[in-house]
Design a protein around this ligand. Structure first.
Ligand SMILES: NC(=O)c1ccc[n+]([C@@H]2O[C@H](COP(=O)([O-])OP(=O)(O)OC[C@H]3O[C@@H](n4cnc5c(N)ncnc54)[C@H](OP(=O)(O)O)[C@@H]3O)[C@@H](O)[C@H]2O)c1
Length: 329
């Protein structure tokens, strides 16, 4: 009999999450039946979506939602032999018994020298998000100028690098000087600290006086309205995330973007990466190739210990991470 450690959402978040919203609980797991496997978590992801999705997809008392890279430690399903690794959406838990239906095997040609944790980052959901936002939503073209915010994070750091691969000028914003230095290392043409910039409008104008063709929006809120005013006519905006409002207790209001959108004839589209699930295998192969060719640097912010899941999650929400935030069990 295996005991799983699990992190439960005891109470729906009100404002910024607190330690008391989580509880560590033990759960006895049954032996795997025919067709089932027993998984042991190796790396767990902490992602911004967990904050808004917890409200709509979870009840108090549920195990926190989330994705992990897990090792198969017992198997009664020949598709998932003992010792193989999978990506599983079984939440914040050290062990799980599941049938294979929702498991994604790690691609068989995964190279030895590429960490498996990247299956939660550059060669996983954040990488897919960056590619689809750029290619399917923005239709970014060589020579164009792209703005991305939360640029030193999991998605943003990949967006900037992929835009450089495509021959674009890239401007990124992030919340510390160390993050700005990281963006320069990655090859961003311009990068600035939005927390210390005296005027967002001025810094955006200085970084690209001629304006922006594309905006990969991760942050939302008030800064968004300022950025929209710096778009070129017929600019395109991919609304990927809105992290600046996820912890609000009362919704933010205005300024409203409609007149700017009309005068500049902007096109704005929200998206979720899951829309292109049918393309995931091919896209993951392309991401892996860029990693192997050294075209994508994949920085990770690793927190050690399953016990530290809530701290890692809250740390990511407040900007502790450079690159992808993951927990190593
Ligand atoms: N649509 C989709 O399918 C999809 C998929 C994945 C992610 N997303 C979204 O993409 C965005 C980035 O996700 P990620 O996984 O790459 O997270 P991440 O950027 O690695 O981590 C979150 C970052 O957000 C920044 N942040 C937090 N509060 C902020 C605020 N008030 N204003 C500006 N920046 C703030 C922090 O960096 P700073 O130090 O720079 O503030 C923090 O490091 C999120 O909005 C997420 O919801 C969407």
């Amino acid at each position: 009999m295996v005991q799983a450690k699990t992190w439960i959402l005891t109470k729906h978040f009100e404002g910024f999450p607190k330690n008391s919203d989580f509880e560590l609980k033990l759960q006895e797991l049954p032996e795997p039946k025919d067709g089932e496997v027993l998984l042991e978590a190796v790396f767990l992801s902490v992602d911004p979506y967990m904050r808004p999705f917890s409200r709509v997809r979870m009840h108090e008392g549920d195990v926190m939602i989330g994705t992990q890279v897990a090792k198969v430690i017992q198997s009664k399903n020949p598709a998932f032999p003992v010792g193989s690794h999978v990506v599983s959406r079984c939440g914040w838990r050290t062990h799980a018994v599941c049938d294979g239906t929702d498991l994604i095997p790690i691609m068989p040609e995964w190279p030895q020298d590429v960490p498996l944790s990247l299956a939660l980052g550059a060669i996983g959901m954040p990488g897919l998000t960056a590619v689809y936002g750029i290619e399917e939503v923005l239709g970014l073209k060589e020579g164009e100028t792209l703005l991305v915010n939360a640029a030193a994070g999991a998605v943003g750091s990949l967006v900037g690098q992929i835009a450089k691969i495509k021959g674009c000028k890239v401007v990124g914003s992030a919340g510390t000087d160390a993050k700005v230095a990281f963006l320069k290392e990655l090859g961003f043409d311009e990068a600035f600290n939005y927390k210390t910039a005296s005027s967002l409008e001025d810094v955006l104008k200085k970084a690209s006086p001629e304006g922006y063709d594309c905006f990969f929006e991760n942050v939302g809120g008030a800064s968004s309205a300022v950025a929209l005013q710096q778009m070129k006519n017929f600019g395109r905006i991919a609304v990927c995330g809105s992290i600046s409002v996820y912890n609000d207790t009362t919704p933010q209001t205005g300024p409203f973007p409609h007149l700017t959108m009309i005068f500049k004839q902007l096109k704005m589209e929200g998206f979720m990466q899951s829309r292109w699930e049918h393309k995931h295998p091919e896209t993951l192969k392309r991401l892996m190739a860029w990693v192997k060719e050294g075209k994508l640097q994949c920085r990770e912010h690793v927190t050690k210990g399953f016990e530290n899941m809530p701290a890692a999650f809250m740390g990511m929400l407040q900007g502790d991470n450079i690159g992808k935030a993951v927990v190593a069990v």
